[in-house]
Ligand binder design. Structure first.
Ligand code: 6PG
Length: 244
């Protein structure tokens, strides 16, 4: 696993760099295999990135879109990560419907929906028995508390290691989320972290020793490559590994 940290002048520069990295990686992946699997982050930071990617000329028919986590709401709910990505990007490009793989959030039973999506992922990837599927690219954000996807501090989801998808818990509200082992199988994880409110958590996440249950983003070390894109506001005052 390799980890690189890039500090960009501001959120706009971070988004522009993320768009270059994502689109270059999609093109590189499709030069070597038939399809590219990309899992999206939710929250607010990625929205301008999705808008920027929608302007690109990519082989949409060979790109498969998943979500790393989802709030337990319908896709037309203002909090829906799926809804945000569709409005910002997916509704504006010629990506086949069957290439979009949203997390189910409509049965009223989050555990059942998580189990269903877990099976959907396994069926899609046809990974060898006992192996977690390997996404080409996973986008992640990080909360002010150090959470990522819907892996929140001191929750049971952090310990789930026998399946790809589980139920996360934010202040008692259920969410569906990729598990740590699924995330850590990725070829590339791109973290997008902007704003001064992230400084404290970043300091704990990058510290040589700290409590990973308190700062779950510490748990993410993908098999391939992790690229952290920070803006200056987020990185201000943070002891970044490998930097004076
Ligand atoms: C979600 C996200 C979550 C998000 C972080 C950062 O569903 O909210 O997946 O993990 O990435 O909370 O959110 P911002 O980008 O809004 O700071």
């Amino acid at each position: 696993m390799t980890r690189t940290i890039q500090v960009l002048a501001d959120k706009g520069a971070l988004v522009a760099q993320a768009a270059v990295l994502v689109c270059d990686r999609i093109r590189h992946t499709l030069a070597h295999q038939d399809r590219c699997t990309l899992a999206l982050a939710g929250g607010s930071t990625p929205k301008p990135l999705y808008e920027a990617i929608a302007q690109q000329d990519l082989s949409w028919e060979r790109l498969h879109i998943f979500w790393g986590d989802e709030r337990y709401v319908p896709a037309d709910h203002p909090d829906s990560n799926e809804g945000m990505a569709r409005a910002a990007w997916l509704d504006h490009v010629a990506i086949p419907t069957e290439n979009i793989h949203p997390m189910p959030t409509h049965s009223g039973d989050p555990a059942a929906d998580a189990a269903q999506h877990n099976q959907e992922i396994l069926d899609f990837f046809q990974a060898p028995a006992g192996e977690f599927p390997q996404f080409d690219i996973i986008l992640l954000g990080m909360g002010d508390d150090g959470h990522t996807a819907s892996l929140f501090p001191h929750t049971e989801a952090l310990q789930v290691c026998d399946r790809a998808i589980t139920v996360g818990n934010k202040d008692g509200q259920p969410r569906l989320t990729f598990t740590v082992p699924l995330l850590n199988r990725a070829h590339l994880i791109l973290f997008l972290v902007a704003g001064a409110s992230k400084q404290t958590a970043l300091g704990h996440v990058f510290a040589p020793e700290d409590d990973s249950n308190h700062y779950p983003s510490r748990l993410i070390h993908p098999a391939g490559e992790a690229i952290w894109l920070l803006d200056k506001a987020a990185a201000e005052g943070v002891a970044l590994p490998g930097r004076p």
